[in-house]
Design a protein around this ligand. Sequence first.
Ligand SMILES: [Zn+2]
Length: 197
Amino acid sequence: MYPASLQELIEQFRRLPGVGEKTAERYALMIAEQPSEDAQRFADALIQVKQKLHHCPVCGNLTDEDTCSICRTESRDKGQIFVVQSAKDVSAMERTGEYNGVYHVLNGLISSSKGILPEDLNLEDLIQRARGAREVIIATSTTMDGETTAMYLDRLLKKECPEVLVTRIAHGLPSGGMLDYADEITLSHALQDRRKM
Ligand SMILES: [Zn+2]
């Protein structure tokens, strides 16, 4: 048994996804043996992210500023809205360099198993934005929740803004937040081969 302070740090690391007992122990011991400045920088980074980071009020992406860097870029095509589950998906799509429209980050999916309802997602804003757009590209995952959300959005958009073209990216991307594991070519093709819903 370690001293209480070290044990507490081990427990905090264990809460992270994919970190088991042995890894948590190794991380905590590493921190304990680091110079104080390094540990301080690590602690500061944790606090900064909680103080500064928030969802962009326009698109739901993560940002430290009033709005996110994509929404702030004048040259982005506001007529095309790419709808994803999480900020990780935005980051993955941006890495392809193939997309110059804007995003709408749902920060979740409609899910009966998790009790997430359409009203829990940021859909009012999406409808408002879609009214001024040419195309909404739905890029939620091909999991059950991803497909349920895509179908719901398609119906909602056709009802609320019948002028906008609603498309779905071509093939199965892994479930939300996992889009970044798909390679850039796969993502580019998924975008190019999108179909009308
Ligand atoms: Zn934004």
